[in-house]
Design a protein around this ligand. Structure first.
Ligand SMILES: Cc1cc2nc3c(=O)[nH]c(=O)nc-3n(C[C@H](O)[C@H](O)[C@H](O)COP(=O)(O)O)c2cc1C
Length: 210
């Protein structure tokens, strides 16, 4: 096994370190974060940091990079009563999704520029991605500054939209049927195989595939 210490990580060349550390969490969810400025200008950015923070109430988080330089996503969320959308990335549109990470000018919407369609649903001020099989409307509830300058945006789920074939009778999601991508690092987009599924684990009952 190769052993890499914290001191070595700190001494690595910047891009090498970025690549390595971004891969450490393993496979990550692929989402497009949709926001709108108060003047209606829409913004879309690929984020791999969405995490589940609780189910009752339904709470998800995203982590934004340090806000020392202007971040449209973060600013739009702050300026629009905390509204934003998470839209799962379809496998067929991973190049377009990746393109949203480019540094576009303020007056350019990544929706049109990268090949996505903005849709408004049920009076929610943030735009959804029409091409996504699963989209979530969220509202910011808490903001946590992390010691390295990143910010955790703790947000409550207000709306979920998904294609019927992605919802199993027991409430679990069939993300493979929805044709979704996963992310590794900052550069890898993956097709995922169907899962081996297990029920609730109990001591003394070794899990059997369902
Ligand atoms: C695969 C991938 C994953 C990313 N995940 C995040 C993330 O979780 N948080 C973040 O702040 N930026 C992330 N980014 C960078 C944003 O997509 C990028 O900074 C984008 O331009 C932000 O746009 P904004 O300035 O309009 O908010 C990621 C980029 C890529 C390519």
């Amino acid at each position: 096994m190769r052993h890499i210490t914290a001191a070595e990580i700190a001494a690595f060349e910047k891009i090498y370190r970025l690549n390595l550390v971004n891969g450490l969490p393993g496979f990550k969810p692929a989402n497009l974060v949709g926001t709108a400025a108060p003047d209606g200008q829409t913004n879309l950015a690929v984020f791999s940091s969405a995490i589940h923070l609780g189910s009752d109430p339904a709470v998800l988080g995203i982590v934004t990079r340090p806000t020392t330089v202007p971040r449209h996503t973060y600013q739009n969320i702050k300026d629009s009563g905390g509204c934003f959308t998470l839209n799962h990335v379809p496998l067929s549109l991973v190049a377009q999704a990746h393109y949203t990470s480019a540094n576009f000018e303020d007056n350019v919407s990544e929706f049109a520029e990268c090949g996505f369609t903005a849709v408004h649903r049920d009076g929610f001020s943030a735009p959804y991605v029409a091409e996504s099989s699963l989209s979530i409307g969220l509202r910011l509830r808490e903001e946590h500054a992390i010691f390295n300058g990143t910010v955790l945006l703790v947000s409550e789920v207000e709306h979920v939209y998904l294609r019927e074939e992605g919802l199993r009778p027991d409430g679990t999601l069939d993300l493979v049927a929805l044709g979704e991508a996963a992310i590794s690092g900052l550069d890898g987009y993956h097709e995922v195989l169907p899962p081996t599924r297990y029920g609730y684990a109990r001591p003394g009952q070794f899990p059997k595939a369902q």
